[in-house]
Design a protein. Structure first.
Length: 89
């Protein structure tokens, strides 16, 4: 049986990339990967950075879902209608 950290399990289960965690944690993806593999000690500071990063991602996703829901309600009943876009040049 392979052992993985809770962070890696959450990332995989909820399709969170290393790049997303890295961005929100202010660390490199490689550093986070090494921490997930147990190659870097799980210090209280690192745990706090990972906690903050995951909470930031949760907050961002909540806002994105809320925006999706609001926009969906605008188009509910006519989802297959055409959307007009100005030509971008």
């Amino acid at each position: 049986m392979v052992s993985v950290t809770h962070l890696r399990a959450l990332r995989r289960r909820y399709h969170i990339t290393l790049d997303q965690i890295a961005f929100h944690a202010g660390l490199s993806g490689q550093y986070i990967s090494r921490a997930e593999l147990g190659e870097i000690a799980a210090t209280p500071r690192l745990e706090a950075q990972m906690t903050s990063a995951v909470e930031s991602i949760i907050s961002a996703r909540k806002m994105e879902i809320q925006a999706l829901e609001e926009e969906y309600m605008t188009y509910k009943g006519c989802l297959l209608g055409k959307e007009e876009h100005a030509d971008e040049q």
